[in-house]
Design a protein around this ligand. Structure first.
Ligand SMILES: [Zn+2]
Length: 478
C-alpha cells in the first residue's frame, strides 16, 4: 500500500507489466480475492491460509528465494484488499513454518493489519452515505473522484455555487443520522442495464465487469424517509452503518470549480473530536476574556492591544486537524472580536506613531556624538510599527532599539549598515546575545536578510539587562 502523510493513495505501478505477461504465459491464474469481503464481525475479515503459486525476484519469475531477500509473491487466494476503486490497499503479515527458503507451493498464513483494513471499510461506507446526502441536499451534485485511506476519506465533486456553513452542518448531521440508524450495508452484483446512477468516475470499474457490476447498497427502499444508496463499487465496507461510528468533516475547499470534502470516521473521528474539545475550551476562554476586556467601563488600551495580538495568532494558528464546523464557528467569533479590538485601539496606534516621530528627533540628538544607537523607546502603540520607524530613521549608524508592545511583550530590532559589517560584527552577531537574554529567537526580515534582525519576547523584565549586553557587545567589537 502506498499512502502519503495524510493517508491519501499514491498511485504507482508495483508489478512490471512484463512480469504479468510472463505469468499469463505460464498459465498462472489470477489470485482469488473474494475473501476480502469475508467480513464476519467487528473484528474485520477472517484469517486464511494461501499457497504460493509464483515467486518474483528482481522482475524475474524464480522457483525460490532465500531468507533475508525481498521478493514478490503470487498466491492462490487472499483476504487482502488490493489498492483500487479509490481505496487504499491492506497491510499485513504473511508467515510460513519453513524458515530457510520461500518457494512455490509453500503454505502461508495471512495476518491482516485489522486496524487499517477496518478503518478503510468504515471510511468507504461513509463515502457512500456522504455521496447520497450531498445528492439529497444540493440542487446539483456531480461526483468526480474519491480517496479512501485508513486515516480519512475525501470526495471531489462539482455543484452549483458555494456550499454554505448552514448546508455543511446539515450534511454532516444527516450523515451521522444515517450512521446511527444502523442501516444494512450489502454487496451484490447487478446487471449493468439496471444500474440507474453511473458516475463517470466509475467507468473504469464498469468496464472491468462486462454484464454484472458489483454494487454496494445502503438502506432499504421500503424504509420511508431513510437513505437508499446503490452505487457500483468493489471496495470493502462494514456490515451496518453503525460500525462507522462518528463522522466529522475536517475540511471543505474549492479548487477551480471542484469542491473537495475531507472527513474522518471511527477512531480517527474520536481523536479529531477530542482535539476539537480542547480547541473549543481554549478559544471559548480567550473569547470570554477578550469580551470582558472590551466591556470594562475603563478600557485599558495596552491590555486590548495584547488581546488583539492573541486573537490574530489564534486566528491563523491551530496545531491539529479540527472539526470544520467548530473551527469556522470560532473563526467567525475571532473575526468579530478582531474588528472590535482594531477599532478600540485605532487611535492608540495613531498616537504611538506620532509619538515616535517626535521621540526619534530627540534620540538622534542624544546619540549625535556616538557611533551607534542602543535605545529603549518610550513611545507606546503598535510596537512593530514604532520600531520599524526608528530603524528606518537612524541614519548611517548601527542601531538597536527596544520597544514595549502591549503589557506582555517586548520587541528588539537592530540594523547594521553594510560598512560596519565584518567577521566580528554584524546584525546577527549583535542581536544574538540580546535574544538569548530575552529567551527569544532572532529572526531576519524579508527586506534585508543580512542587515536587519528582530526578536519578540515575553520577558519584559529582562530589558535592562538586554540593553547592557547590547552596549557591551558593540564596545567590545569596536
Ligand atoms: Zn464502496
Amino acid at each position: 500500500m502506498n499512502l502519503d502523510d495524510s493517508g491519501n493513495i499514491i498511485k504507482i505501478h508495483k508489478i512490471d507489466p512484463k512480469v504479468i505477461q510472463d505469468l499469463q504465459m505460464k498459465n498462472v491464474l489470477p489470485t482469488n480475492d473474494v475473501f476480502k469481503y469475508d467480513y464476519y464481525n467487528k473484528a474485520g475479515v477472517k484469517q486464511i491460509s494461501a499457497k504460493v503459486i509464483a515467486v518474483i525476484r528482481d522482475g524475474q519469475i524464480v522457483d525460490s528465494v532465500e531468507r533475508g531477500l525481498n521478493c514478490q509473491l503470487v498466491l492462490d487466494k487472499t483476504n487482502f484488499y488490493a489498492e483500487g476503486d479509490d481505496q487504499a490497499g491492506d497491510e499485513g503479515i504473511l508467515s510460513c513454518k519453513k524458515k530457510e527458503m520461500l518457494q512455490v507451493a509453500i503454505l502461508l498464513t495471512y495476518q491482516l493489519m485489522k486496524s487499517i483494513g477496518l478503518a478503510c471499510s468504515r471510511n468507504h461506507t461513509a463515502l457512500h452515505i456522504l455521496s447520497a446526502v450531498l445528492k439529497n441536499n444540493l440542487s446539483y451534485f456531480f461526483p468526480l473522484s474519491a480517496n479512501v485511506g485508513p486515516k480519512e476519506l475525501s470526495l471531489n465533486f462539482t455543484t452549483k455555487g458555494n456550499i454554505t456553513d448552514g448546508q455543511l452542518k446539515i450534511i454532516e448531521k444527516n450523515v451521522q443520522d444515517y450512521i446511527n440508524a444502523k442501516l444494512d450495508v450489502t454487496q451484490y452484483q447487478m446487471p449493468l442495464e439496471t444500474l440507474k446512477d453511473m458516475p463517470p468516475c466509475k467507468t473504469a470499474l464498469i468496464k472491468e465487469f462486462a454484464h454484472l457490476v458489483p454494487v454496494v447498497e445502503i438502506g432499504k427502499s421500503n424504509e420511508q424517509g431513510l437513505l437508499k444508496s446503490v452505487e457500483p463499487c468493489c471496495g470493502t465496507h462494514v456490515k451496518s452503518t453503525e460500525e462507522v461510528g462518528s463522522f466529522i468533516i475536517i475540511s471543505q475547499n474549492t479548487k477551480d470549480k471542484e469542491k473537495v470534502i475531507r472527513a474522518v470516521t471511527g477512531k480517527q473521528a474520536l481523536i479529531v473530536g477530542k482535539d476539537g474539545q480542547n480547541y473549543d475550551r481554549q478559544l471559548t476562554e480567550l473569547e470570554k476574556y477578550v469580551t470582558a476586556c472590551l466591556e470594562k467601563p475603563q478600557v485599558d488600551v495596552l491590555e486590548l492591544w495584547d488581546c488583539l495580538k492573541e486573537i490574530k495568532e489564534a486566528k491563523v494558528y491551530h496545531e491539529t486537524e479540527l472539526p470544520l464546523m467548530l473551527f469556522r464557528e470560532h473563526q467567525e467569533k475571532l473575526s468579530e472580536l478582531r474588528e472590535k479590538l482594531a477599532k478600540a485601539t485605532n487611535s492608540f496606534v495613531q498616537n504611538g506613531f506620532k509619538e515616535v516621530k517626535q521621540e526619534m528627533t530627540d534620540v538622534l540628538k542624544k546619540f549625535s556624538k556616538e557611533n551607534f544607537i542602543v535605545h529603549h523607546l518610550s513611545s507606546v502603540g503598535d510596537g512593530r510599527r514604532i520600531i520599524n520607524y526608528a530603524i528606518d530613521h537612524s541614519g548611517e549608524k548601527p542601531a538597536l532599539y527596544f520597544v514595549k508592545d502591549g503589557y506582555k511583550s517586548i520587541i528588539c530590532s537592530c540594523s547594521v549598515p553594510k560598512s560596519f559589517v565584518d567577521s566580528s560584527f554584524s546584525a546577527l552577531l549583535w542581536i544574538n546575545p540580546v535574544a538569548s537574554v530575552l529567551e527569544g529567537r532572532a529572526r531576519t526580515s524579508n527586506k534585508d536578510q543580512e542587515l536587519y534582525y528582530s526578536v519578540v519576547s515575553k520577558r519584559t523584565h529582562k530589558v535592562e539587562q538586554a540593553i547592557d549586553i547590547a552596549k557591551r557587545i558593540y564596545r567590545i567589537s569596536f
